[in-house]
Design a binder for this molecule. Structure first.
Ligand code: CP
Ligand code: NVA
Length: 337
């Protein structure tokens, strides 16, 4: 019997029900336990997985690679400069060729339309490893981390401070709305989510009971939050916008003062990473030279402090990507969810 996941792509959270997303979170937790206990889980023995990256990556690439190997599959990295995609060959032709050789395809890049076209023409499951619009595999790891810390995702309040119209903000708002997690996007007017995303999330929230808030007011936005979340102020592909973002987002930096404003000692800090919390990066040094800032979206104190769970979250990328690949590509018996 085919499970509800078998053969499906994972392109955007909105295509999955609350029960399906919750199943993937729980399955990730189970696979994490198996890994910790050294119990083999080679559900994809003999499968070939293509990893397409138009943009750079540490976590997503490493997670797909190690997850595939643990599942008994063979991952093959195909970087932007290695293949013809987009330059000498259309997405449709590339999809047809890769689909005839690989059993599953991961794609990270700019356009959501490309990952959708790969799914349409490859005939195999395609997993979105981040586009300008969505970062769905990140969501399963993030909500797993929330579940590990609070025992549940429903009714937990997450405040995202920063660029409220990037892939992370979109994904957090919609995923939280589906799962029943209260999500607040705390961002200046210029960087608040698109009306269509807010409308979509509002519809999901009506079903789940999630409370959503879009606000420019930090105090209101973080009050009694359980989770403080941030992301880089400038996403991949937008590097020309540093000056504008630094000016707009300085008041939204997650620092000790902002932690205090939550009035919640138990608040946890999450960040999808990479993070600019010091000047130990090329961009960090450039920002210090241009704007005199030594930290951007999060201070080093918070990053290294008691509230930080970002490395637990990063590890969870592997367990959750494993769950997504095994559920959609394996022959596992998954009861109807
Ligand atoms: N969080 C995340 O997607 O990290 P990478 O860009 O390193 O893959
Ligand atoms: N918003 C960030 C997420 C990185 C994981 C970016 O797109 O660069």
């Amino acid at each position: 019997m085919k499970s509800v996941f078998q053969g499906r792509s994972f392109l955007a959270e909105k295509e999955f029900t609350k029960a399906e997303l919750q199943y993937l979170i729980d399955f990730s937790q189970h696979l994490k336990e198996m890994k910790k206990q050294n119990i083999p889980h080679r559900y994809l023995e003999g499968k070939n997985i293509a990893l397409l990256f138009e943009k750079t990556s540490t976590r997503t690439r490493a997670a797909f690679t190690t997850a595939a190997i643990d599942l008994g599959a063979h991952p093959e990295y195909l970087g932007a400069n290695d293949i013809q995609l987009g330059k000498k060959e259309s997405t449709e032709d590339t999809a047809r060729v890769l689909g005839s050789m690989f059993d599953g395809i991961e794609f990270r890049g700019f356009s959501q339309a490309v990952v959708e076209e790969l799914a349409e023409f490859s005939g195999v499951p395609v997993w979105n490893g981040l586009t300008d619009e969505w970062h769905p595999t990140q969501m399963i790891a993030d909500f797993l981390t929330i579940q590990e810390n609070f025992g549940k995702v429903e009714g937990v309040t997450l405040a995202y401070c920063g660029d409220g119209r990037n892939n992370m903000a979109n994904s957090l708002l919609v995923t939280g709305a589906i799962l029943g997690t209260n999500v607040r996007i705390v961002a200046p007017k210029e960087l608040q989510p698109d009306a269509t995303i807010v409308e979509m999330a509002t519809q999901f929230a009506k079903e789940s009971g999630a409370e959503l808030m879009i606000t420019a007011d930090v105090k209101e936005g973080v009050y009694y939050a359980d989770v403080l979340y941030t992301d880089v102020w400038v996403s991949m592909g937008e590097e020309a916008k540093f000056e504008e973002r630094v000016n707009l987002l300085r008041p939204y930096q997650i620092n000790q003062e902002l932690i205090k404003q939550t009035q919640n000692d138990q608040v946890i800090f999450l960040h999808c990473l990479p993070a600019f919390h010091d000047t130990n990066t090329a961009y960090g040094k450039e920002i210090q030279a241009r704007f005199g800032l030594t930290e951007m979206e999060v201070t080093d104190e918070v990053f290294r402090g008691l509230h930080g769970r970002q490395f637990q979250q990063a590890e969870n990328r592997m367990h959750s990507i494993k769950a997504i690949m095994a559920a959609t590509l394996g022959d596992l018996f998954i009861p109807r969810v």
